[in-house]
Write a protein that binds this ligand. Structure first.
Ligand code: SF4
Ligand code: SF4
Length: 169
């Protein structure tokens, strides 16, 4: 059982659902949006300035949790590589009838290639299901943070957040 970020370093589902960066179930249904899984009050705020649409607010106290304005967010993903905590994920729940698309920051090598079938894992990196790599963004201005988009079985859109390192299943 995941007892939460203070005990495991990884937020529990309860913490994620309660934090102000998590979109509502209704918003996930509408189209691409980011899930800001930032659950600890730490002095940090680059996500706020990164969003050109004003969809992220930390506010006057830098230790506030980032709040997502889910109606302003268009799911562009610009904020993802700006988060030093690698806590922001783009989710397109209804990418197809049976699949979702998850875009996540990835800072390991080797990188997969577009079209690869890859083992996808949860927030601990534990294998959940295979996914197909649909996109890799390796912009120099993102300082080594690669963005990888993976098509996954829809039932895991709130679970899968990375590729398993070493290709382990
Ligand atoms: S995905 Fe784009 S619109 Fe949404 S919060 Fe991030 S930068 Fe703003
Ligand atoms: S940049 Fe990342 S770690 Fe920092 S407040 Fe925003 S979401 Fe949290």
């Amino acid at each position: 059982m995941n007892r939460g970020v203070k005990f495991t370093g990884v937020p529990s589902m309860e913490e994620i659902k309660a934090c102000p960066g998590t979109p509502s179930e209704e918003r996930f249904e509408k189209g691409p949006v980011v899930a800001i899984e930032c659950v600890q009050k730490i002095p940090c705020n680059p996500c706020e300035a990164a969003c050109p649409f004003g969809a992220i607010e930390v506010g006057s106290s830098i230790t506030n949790l980032p709040k997502l304005d889910e109606e302003k967010c268009i799911g562009c993903g610009i904020c993802i590589p700006k988060c030093p905590g690698l806590a922001i994920f783009k989710i397109h729940k209804n990418y197809s009838e049976k699949t979702s698309l998850v875009e996540f920051p990835f800072e390991y090598l080797p990188l997969p290639e577009k079209g690869d079938q890859v083992p996808c894992g949860d927030r601990f990196g534990k294998y959940i299901a295979d996914g197909k790599v649909l996109g890799i963004k390796n912009d120099k201005k993102n300082d080594g943070t690669t963005l990888i988009s993976v098509e996954i079985p829809k039932e895991y859109f709130m679970e899968i957040r990375t590729i398993c390192r070493g290709g382990e299943r």
